[in-house]
Ligand binder design. Structure first.
Ligand SMILES: Cc1ncc(COP(=O)(O)O)c(C=O)c1O
Length: 438
């Protein structure tokens, strides 16, 4: 089962052609799944059958997130270089948890983390790790915050987050046995005043951290980070900024100013697998003071003594994980291959497409913009439509291969939401979608 057999070598020879076709045709519409999976049997069916099922039926039935009209949730459109690196990583059986096992890998990931930390304006000592996703990054940061703030006292147990915070923050609070208190309103960015009003009613010793969003998932809104950072500084509270989606817009000179204050965060989440053109699973958790995170996350056991040393900076020490894939290497490879400029240009392209969509909605009689777009999220309504109309249009658009666009709620009303994180999404793609709503 280990060294390649003849049928596996035959598939290996087909791989370059398959990959070239896949990466050159990102706009292929999903095919419906046959509904028939080969049964799992004692002797197997051979690699040719497994491959045909995988690449001819199972994978093409997914609505690929790099399709230019995948505009639901927060998609992701990996660069070709990052996909190639991802394949190499999978084939290389790298354990990327420690310097002992993979020093060069850790060095390359550290360089990519440094780029992200510099983007956010964190100090030179800031560091962290790449993890599987934003949910894991948020959880890891909050666990570090609690550990840091506990000291000799009873562990604090309240997480205060803006009401726009991603659902993973509530999940993290539940995992940690903490209470989540929402500050401000779900439809507007969190302000310093609203945060202070929530905190005034609390004993600061009970607060694990304040979570602010830099690019709320539903609206794209950026909380008032400079005022929030000031409130946290005055009260000596840990500030975690969730920039999982929005952090990419730090690359855009016209949007960078909206993030002022992020540089004061104690921890930050940025997910390259969202808007920095990297395959799943790649999310960064960054800490202003890495030692605090290491104290929280390093695992101890006799069999780990060989890697637990304070000179080697092991990625395993900075999050809720031990064994790990080299999540950050595809980003690093793509940065080395392409340089940073195309990243800024690709983010700016998405922002321009979002503006185009908003303008088209403004000038279309039967469509109403729910709010001015924030970052690359556009929320709008189709006049006269009920919740059922939105749901059935969305289902039909998916089934017809038009696009993946799902409804959400905003300001108490159902709305359609476009989240544009793919520079290959064109104005014609937006026209196709909006024209189908007539
Ligand atoms: C702002 C924000 N934070 C966290 C997450 C969770 O990230 P993941 O799905 O990678 O776990 C998301 C996902 O969309 C998000 O938009």
């Amino acid at each position: 089962m280990h060294l390649p057999r003849g049928d596996e070598l035959a598939v290996l020879h087909r791989l370059p052609g398959w990959l070239t076709r896949r990466l050159s045709r990102r706009d292929a519409a999903p095919r419906s799944h046959s509904g028939v999976l080969p049964p799992i049997t004692p002797s197997g069916h051979g690699m040719a059958r497994a491959w045909d099922s995988l690449c001819g039926d199972v994978l093409p039935s997914a609505f690929a997130t790099d399709h230019p009209r995948y505009l639901a949730f927060v998609g992701g459109a990996p660069s070709t270089a990052s996909v190639l690196a991802d394949i190499a990583i999978g084939a290389s059986s790298v354990y990327a948890g420690s310097v002992l096992e993979a020093g060069g890998v850790v060095a390359a990931e550290t360089a990519a983390l440094r780029w992200l930390a510099d983007l956010a304006g964190l100090p030179p000592a800031a560091h962290g790790a790449f993890v599987s996703g934003g949910s894991m990054a948020n959880l890891s940061a909050l666990v570090a915050a609690r550990h840091h703030r506990t000291g000799d006292r009873e562990a604090p147990s309240i997480i205060v987050a803006g009401a726009t915070a991603h659902s993973s923050v509530r999940a993290a609070a539940a995992i940690m046995g903490c209470e989540l208190l929402a500050a401000g309103s779900p439809d507007h960015p969190l302000t310093g005043v609203a945060l202070s009003a929530t905190l005034d009613a609390l004993d600061p010793a009970r607060v694990v951290a304040v979570v602010a969003s830099a690019g709320a998932t539903n609206t794209g809104a950026i909380d008032h980070l400079d005022r929030i950072a000031e409130v946290c500084r005055q009260r000596t509270l840990w500030l975690h900024v969730d920039a999982a989606y929005g952090g990419a817009a730090l690359l855009d000179e016209h949007h960078r100013g909206l993030f002022t204050g992020i540089e004061a965060a104690d921890s930050i989440t940025i997910d390259p697998h969202k808007w920095l053109f990297t395959p799943y699973e790649c999310a960064a958790v960054l800490y202003r003071e890495p030692a605090a995170a290491r104290a929280a996350h390093r695992q101890h056991a006799p069999y780990l003594d060989a890697v637990n040393d304070d000179v080697a900076d092991n990625p395993a020490d900075y999050a809720v994980h031990l064994s790990r894939r080299a999540h950050g290497l595809p980003l690093w490879t793509s940065l080395i291959a392409n340089g940073t400029e195309p990243y800024g240009a690709a983010v700016a392209q998405c922002l321009r497409t979002a503006c185009y969509a908003a303008n088209r909605i403004r000038t279309t009689a039967h469509l109403d913009l729910s709010a001015d777009p924030s970052l690359s999220v556009v929320l709008f309504q189709r006049r006269g439509w009920s919740d059922t109309d939105y749901a059935s249009w969305s289902r039909h658009a998916r089934a017809a291969g038009l696009g993946l666009i799902t409804p959400t709620r905003h300001a108490g009303r159902t709305a359609l939401r476009l989240c544009i994180v793919n520079p290959l999404t064109t104005e014609q793609d937006i026209d196709l979608i909006l024209d189908s709503l007539s």
